[in-house]
Design a protein around this ligand. Structure first.
Ligand code: AMP
Ligand code: MG
Length: 487
């Protein structure tokens, strides 16, 4: 275990030089205060939870103090936003403070979001508000707990600094952890600005640090791209299986590591709705829930385009072709498990699709349905869940198929079934209204609700005593919350 001043820095990205990032110091927030810290994320840096309570912790993650070995840098990137290319983006309000190795030899980027203006701020103020910082913190840690690859969050530091959005809010910073902050958009930037040497340097950096096993392959760059395709297929399969809607799948928000990245107006589905659009500025529904699957491929194609100087078009196309079948295999595997099935049959895909259609038509809660399905025997569970459906005949037909399928699947006790199903079907997810409640309390100075919600969501599969209120469908006011895109 380490004290805060004992972190081991090795700032490899900073060493790539000024073509890749710019040195910028964080701009401190007034009256910094700890809102919430993640013990699990602290452990990634070998930090004991108690250090979060020390004044220096809040100072370090609000721009007042900096390690001597830190080298804060704003990274340059570009990207496709809503289908159109934006030639220059970059860290407009976040800084890569430095890179740290923990005792297990794992490498973590320390990225401070909301740290003030940079050369890439464009018209922005370089700040992040408390509301969006809490949402990013809760989502990163909740996704991780669900087993969905994601960037992590160490803490949120609040302040008295006023920040203007639709109304006056307070500035905050969130300390994000990820093995890398390199996005698809980094590669696009050097491709479209026609800087092949620097693009190769970037590719070498990513290969060495994050895909060393691809070095052994005949074509390391191609092997790396294939791996990125595979990781994205798996990540998006998990989003779809658990009802996570990212909301802004621009290529500058897609991680080169295939982890969920850059949280904006994201949402978890309450009622199942394939057409759900969580971003209210997304009028066309480009990033609707079901579109995330083809958009994943679109984004990978944009990355492939940027890699054409290194990899033949045919090989890139072939690698891209892996995406959909891999996605489907991962998705079906997860959905089978969510249904409590241990074997595979040809008609399982259809069984899932029929169920989702019924859920869609009846507005059934996506998370609670699967949880309750595992509460007791298939026979008993479907009998109880029947009331949630409008199309009773449709549901009965599905239930008949399901019970027969479960029967063919194997002979196991109700207890075994429950244990297996509860291990993949969460009871608690980050519903928008729960986040909203926690944010409202935090905005009036009470951080206990954010901390409690974070705690509950860190064990989403485990029923927790006295926490029933976190496992409910949203009340009427919380059903269709408009989540502001401004953050
Ligand atoms: P996002 O939509 O949050 O992924 O951000 C897209 C781009 O806008 C990135 O380059 C961000 O750094 C930048 N950006 C977003 N909000 C701000 C802000 N308040 N100030 C400066 N830049 C920002
Ligand atoms: Mg972004």
């Amino acid at each position: 275990m380490k004290a805060l001043d004992e972190l081991t820095f090795d700032n490899r990205f900073a060493r790539l030089g000024d073509a890749f990032s710019t040195h910028v110091l964080p701009e401190p927030l007034d009256e910094p205060r700890l809102v919430v810290a993640s013990n699990a994320a602290m452990a990634l840096l070998d930090l004991v939870p108690a250090v979060a309570e020390t004044p220096v912790f809040a100072e370090l993650f609000s721009g007042h103090k900096l390690w001597a070995e830190a080298e804060p840098r704003a990274m340059i990137y570009s990207g496709h936003q809503f289908g159109g290319y934006t030639p220059q983006l970059g860290d407009g309000r976040g800084l890569l403070l430095g890179e740290v190795y923990n005792e297990a030899g794992e490498h973590w980027d320390l990225h401070l979001k909301g740290a003030g203006m940079t050369p890439y701020s464009r018209t922005g103020d370089g700040r992040a508000v408390l509301r969006s910082s809490i949402r990013e913190f809760l989502a990163s840690e909740a996704l991780h707990a669900l087993g969905i690859p994601s960037s992590r969050a160490l803490c949120v530091i609040g302040s008295s600094t006023p920040v203007w959005r639709e109304k006056q809010e307070r500035g905050a910073m969130v300390l994000r952890l990820a093995p890398s902050h390199i996005r698809f958009g980094h590669f696009e930037y050097f491709y479209y600005t026609k800087k092949p040497e620097q693009q190769a340097e970037l590719a070498e950096h990513v290969l060495n640090l994050h895909y060393p096993e691809c070095r052994e392959q005949l074509e390391p760059y191609l092997a790396m791209f294939r791996e990125i395709v595979e990781r994205n297929a798996e990540m998006i399969a998990k989003w779809q299986a658990y009802g996570f809607c990212h909301g802004v799948m621009n290529t500058d928000n897609m991680s080169i590591l295939g982890i969920t990245f850059d949280f904006g107006p994201f949402a978890f589905l309450d009622d199942f709705d394939a057409h759900f659009i969580c971003n209210h500025s997304d009028h066309e529904g480009r990033y609707s829930f079901s579109n995330q699957v083809p958009i994943g491929q679109w984004n990978l194609s944009a990355l492939a385009q940027a890699l054409t100087p290194f990899i033949s078009v045919d090989a890139l196309k072939e690698a891209l072709g892996l995406y959909l079948p891999l996605y489907q295999a991962h998705y079906l595997d997860l959905m089978r498990r969510r249904l409590g099935l241990t074997t595979a049959e040809d008609d399982d895909q259809q069984l899932v699709e029929r169920l989702l259609k019924l859920m869609q038509n009846s507005g059934v809660d996506y998370t609670l349905f699967f949880r309750r399905l595992g509460d007791e025997s298939a026979e008993m569970a479907v009998a109880k869940l029947r009331d949630d459906f409008v199309d009773l005949a449709g549901f009965d037909a599905w239930a008949g198929l399901y019970k027969a399928r479960v029967e063919r699947d194997g002979d196991y006790s109700e207890e075994q079934r429950r244990e297996r199903m509860h291990a993949v079907n969460p009871l608690y997810i980050l519903r928008n209204y729960l986040a909203q409640n926690a944010i409202a309390a935090a905005e009036s100075g009470d951080y206990s609700e954010v901390q409690r919600l974070h705690e509950v969501l860190s064990k989403p599969f485990e029923e927790q005593a006295g926490m029933e209120q976190y496992a409910q469908r949203p009340p009427d006011w919380g059903k269709h919350l408009e989540i502001s895109c401004s953050s």
